[in-house]
Ligand binder design. Structure first.
Ligand code: 6PG
Length: 237
């Protein structure tokens, strides 16, 4: 596990951006999983203006860690956020963008997306092997759309699962923990004072860490990187 701490959220996002620029530049083809929420916005804005990647985007296949079960033009859609801050600003072929259809029946879409991953991504240990999975972490210790009340989704037998937001009850579609942990590189991008308790418990395996899904992200054969700002790392050292 590699932990990097930076002064500000923007600097942290930029550092993840630099990490991704190198990863994309070093590969002829790369399958990347984007996370949702708000933290990645600064990262996507940085990547969208990066000149080194201007002619590299054709190498990247974009997937998602999870999606809210809403239409793609809904303000809550993770796809919409990525489209506005990154995908609409770069010359990536549309066929390289593999969004989760949040507007469709969750059970059917979870199965369809799982089959799509099986068809498109090299398998190892019986699971797709992504080159990079980008994750965030909620202030309740969730990651992707695996929440503390549904820890069983970490070890689901499916590639993609239907999850539920614990407060709103909103249906989500999420990669299961086994897929996340089968990746070559997993990057957590976590910033903000409100995350510091969970960051410390998850990384140090203290307190109630066993109840936080993020604590069970541990790539079997891959590398785990935490990119934190000082606020989120406030209780780490
Ligand atoms: C989502 C994300 C989720 C997110 C965390 C952190 O769909 O919301 O995939 O796992 O990464 O909730 O969200 P923030 O970046 O908004 O704090």
């Amino acid at each position: 596990m590699d932990i990097k701490v930076f002064e500000t959220p923007l600097e942290t996002a930029r550092q993840v951006g630099n990490y991704l620029v190198k990863l994309i530049s070093d590969n002829s083809q790369i399958n990347i999983v984007l996370s949702g929420g708000t933290t990645p916005i600064m990262l996507f804005d940085f990547l969208a203006q990066d000149q080194k990647l201007f002619n590299e985007w054709h190498k990247v296949q974009f997937y998602w860690s999870d999606e809210r079960c809403v239409p793609p033009d809904n303000r809550e859609s993770n796809y919409k956020m990525a489209l506005e801050h990154l995908l609409d600003k770069i010359n990536v072929p549309s066929e390289n963008i593999h969004r989760i259809h949040g507007e469709d029946d969750p059970v059917i879409e979870a199965d369809k997306y799982g089959k799509l991953l099986k068809d498109h991504i090299t398998q190892k240990n019986g699971w797709p092997v992504f080159d990079l999975v980008l994750l965030g972490m909620g202030d309740d210790g969730h990651t992707a759309s695996i929440f503390p009340h549904q820890m069983q989704l970490l070890n689901a037998s499916e590639i993609c699962v239907v999850a539920t937001h614990p407060i709103s009850g909103q249906k989500r579609i999420s990669l299961s923990g086994n897929v996340i942990n089968n990746a070559l590189h997993v990057v957590f991008l976590v910033t903000g004072e409100n995350k510091k308790e969970k960051v410390a418990e998850v990384i140090k395996k203290t307190g109630n860490w066993k109840t936080y899904p993020a604590a069970f992200v541990n790539p079997l054969q891959g590398n785990l990187h935490w990119f934190l700002d000082k606020a989120a790392a406030g209780l780490l050292y």
